[in-house]
Design a protein around this ligand. Structure first.
Ligand code: GLC
Ligand code: MG
Length: 383
């Protein structure tokens, strides 16, 4: 990544469904906790990599549904597609590697002989990935027979079973683990190998991630049986891999603490958002805290008192300026007075605020310019 001029302090490579994203929590608490931690303490000098089984179509859909951050690198379709940055520029070199001993026509021909396999939606069929649903009880048998048939036809494939229902067929050189190995090699060639790498997953297609040498790993508490079984058989003596006791993104935060990879207290868990000590102040962290306070204020979770506003005004000294993308400038004082009238107006609603891509730059001896995106989620009429 050109953004970083030296090695990343930490590179997190995380699966999305049921790892970064908890589909059983409509409040998205663990994800929002992770987001605040990442933006306040890691965004500037670390790398966030999402590694998902989803195709670009379903990945983009998930980003619309959930309060997700923008990753530096996106690995999709079970490690068969790698893209960089906001604009998701594809890694053409990787696609070429995957063409070896791969012919999706032959895969389609052979798989059509199995009535147990039902094809997934069109969006999930990709140049180097053919995907089906299959019943748990039939998965092992089908995998064995298919792999023989495809080998006999001269292909070298990898068959992965995930989530107790999905069966993916990929070129042998593909997969989440191989995609990560490819990235690490690239970083190494540039002399920018991350200081630490933490991989995070919950299901079968994540197993490979835990085999990459020298990486730390976390299986979140809610990991699937197939991953836990794989771990028991293949990696149980590796002290660098843990099974978290917390679900999804909270399990990731737990692993950061367990392995001592850096700060592991999310600003969302701080009792007093105005309590940052001067010596701990970071420009990015203050932006994260300001919008958290904004959220709590509008949700009515902070008491509406003159003394609170006075303290808030006091911590915003010396005065700063907020520049809206439209060019309109507002002093912090004006921003705070605007808040006064909104106290509790989102009470009982699913209202959340989070910031993404918080990038501070020092522009004077004691002046910082912080660029960021602020997002809000509103859900009316909770029942
Ligand atoms: C995602 C993909 C699906 C794949 C599964 C497991 O759900 O959309 O195609 O089979 O991950 O890798
Ligand atoms: Mg998953």
């Amino acid at each position: 990544m050109e953004r970083l001029t030296s090695s990343a302090k930490l590179m997190i490579v995380s699966d999305l469904d049921h790892t970064m994203v908890d589909h059983h929590d409509p409040e998205n608490i663990s994800l929002l906790r992770f987001n605040a931690l990442w933006e306040s303490s890691y965004r500037r000098d670390s790398l966030l990599v999402f590694s998902t089984g989803r195709s670009p179509t379903l990945y983009k859909q998930l980003r619309k549904e959930k309060p997700m951050l923008t990753p530096d690198i996106t690995i999709m379709s079970v490690g068969t597609e790698i893209t960089y940055g906001n604009l998701m520029v594809p890694d053409g070199g990787w696609e070429e590697v995957l063409n070896q001993k791969w012919d999706r026509k032959i895969v389609q021909e052979e798989t059509s002989k199995f009535p147990e396999l039902s094809l997934q939606s069109e969006t999930e069929q990709r140049p180097h990935k053919v995907s089906f649903n299959v019943d748990k009880s039939k998965a092992q048998d089908v995998t064995k027979k298919l792999s023989e048939l495809l080998t006999n036809r001269g292909l070298d494939v990898k068959i992965i079973y995930s989530g107790g229902m999905d069966l993916d067929i990929l070129p042998q050189g593909a997969g989440k683990g191989q995609a990560l190995a490819y990235l690490l090699n690239k970083f190494k060639a540039e002399g920018k190998l991350p200081n630490n790498t933490l991989v995070c997953g919950d299901s079968g297609n994540d197993a490979e991630l835990f085999c990459i040498p020298d990486v730390y790993g976390v299986m979140v508490s809610n990991a699937q049986e197939e991953l836990l079984l794989w771990h028991a058989e293949n990696a149980k003596d590796n002290p660098k891999v843990i099974h978290a006791t917390e679900r999804c993104a909270s399990g990731i935060i737990q692993a950061i603490g367990h392995f001592g990879l850096g700060p592991n207290t999310s600003p969302r868990d701080e009792a007093d958002l105005l309590g940052s000590k001067m010596e701990n102040l970071s420009p990015g962290g203050e932006v994260v805290r300001f919008y958290l306070l904004h959220e709590k204020w509008r949700r009515g979770e902070i008491e509406n008192s003159e003394s609170y506003i006075t303290t808030l005004e006091a911590v915003c000294q010396p005065p700063g300026i907020f520049v809206h993308p439209s060019g309109v400038e507002q002093s912090f004082r004006e921003c705070i007075s605007a808040l006064k009238g909104n106290h509790g107006d989102q009470q009982g609603k699913r209202y959340r605020v989070w910031v993404d891509q918080v990038f501070p730059t020092k522009i004077g001896s004691d002046t910082w310019l912080v660029k960021f995106q602020k997002w809000e989620m509103h859900v009316e009429n909770l029942t």
